[in-house]
Write a new protein. Structure first.
Length: 348
């Protein structure tokens, strides 16, 4: 561990002496210029704006674009519609963008949009969700398997036996699949006295609320809940529990242990109030920052290799051959919820 720390420090010091465009990873390689030769407008496509997480990411985009020297078009919201997202990509390509930063809704369907961009020689960086196929310069994402495992470990330590619920994301997204499978596998392996009940909610708040309501009617003895997206599931989950008299504070008899994913300010407030117990902070600020960093690098023709970066992450090669920069995503509990370094505490 000490050797790795010294190595990172040395790498960071060396990186500081180089131009900004050479410091995204400890291993980058110059290549021929992209469609924009390093300049030109960049299109940014959002998956939805009904979640506070994506609202925060949208707010970070222009700030990070400015800091990274990237000229962006106004962001486009695909409104949770994978087919609309393909149309949005095509529209921005027709506007002459030289790079695209896209947060895919559907890991498979996004291939059609990626192919359109590739035919025009426009590089793409994927944020939050990795495509199953298609060409992207980099995926900027946290380790979603770790999300499910961290939620499992926290719940397993708090709830020794009984029923726990995981409110899943969209299984058409690799994020939903990774979190769901990691959670159930971890429970099965490490906490056999827990019984997992599952709600496929597709990142939809109304679906989560109605299915949780039905599940609680049949299972009023639920002891824990894992929400895969606090941005869309927090409010309906708390409201549903409250309507049934099941929203008890931490330490009170009958409290249901709740772990979430996202790291939005609303989750932090709920932790402080004792309504939920923990969340995994998905880095909205770093998603925007490194989305802009990598699209600029791609437009300049730079490429990257697997290995540790100078920003406390690791680039890995996915089974598809695509590279993914896996950014840190810490577990947040009452013990560290007020940490000023968490992006959820910097949003105003």
């Amino acid at each position: 561990m000490a050797g790795r720390t010294l190595w990172k420090a040395a790498a960071a010091a060396a990186c500081a002496t180089l131009a900004l465009s050479a410091c995204g990873s400890t291993k980058d390689t110059a290549a021929s210029g992209g469609a924009g030769g390093g300049t030109g407008k960049v299109g940014v496509i959002l998956p939805l704006l009904t979640s506070p997480f994506w609202q925060s990411y949208n707010d970070y985009v222009p700030k990070m674009a400015k800091s990274e020297g990237v000229d962006t078009l106004k962001t486009v919201n695909s409104n949770s519609d994978p087919s609309q997202q393909i149309t949005d990509i095509n529209n921005q390509l027709n506007q002459g963008v030289k790079g695209l930063v896209v947060a895919p809704l559907d890991s498979a369907a996004i291939e059609a949009g990626l192919d359109q961009a590739d035919r025009k020689g426009v590089p793409v960086v994927a944020v939050d969700v990795a495509p199953e196929k298609g060409k992207v310069a980099m995926v900027v994402r946290a380790d979603n398997v770790a999300y499910g495992e961290k939620a499992c470990q926290y719940l397993g330590e708090q709830v020794t036996s009984g029923k726990v619920v995981q409110i899943m994301g969209d299984l058409a997204s690799v994020n939903g699949r990774d979190r769901s499978e990691a959670f159930r596998t971890c429970v099965r392996k490490n906490y056999p006295k827990l019984k997992v009940l599952e709600i496929p909610a597709k990142w939809e708040s109304d679906t989560a609320a109605s299915k949780l309501d039905t599940l609680l009617n049949a299972n009023p003895d639920i002891k824990g809940i894992y929400m895969q997206a606090g941005g869309v599931y927090l409010a309906p989950t708390l409201q549903t529990l409250k309507s049934k008299g099941l929203l008890k504070k931490t330490g009170e008899k009958g409290h249901i242990t709740i772990v979430s994913n996202d790291g939005i300010p609303q989750e932090f407030d709920a932790i402080r109030k004792g309504q939920i117990d923990a969340t995994v902070s998905q880095p909205a600020d770093a998603y925007a920052k490194y989305g802009m960093y990598y699209i600029k690098a791609a437009m300049q023709g730079k490429t990257f290799k697997p290995g540790p970066t100078d920003h406390d992450s690791t680039i890995v090669k996915l089974p598809s051959g695509i590279l993914e920069d896996q950014l840190p995503a810490p577990l947040v509990t009452k013990d560290n919820v007020d940490d000023a370094k968490l992006w959820g505490n910097t949003v105003k």
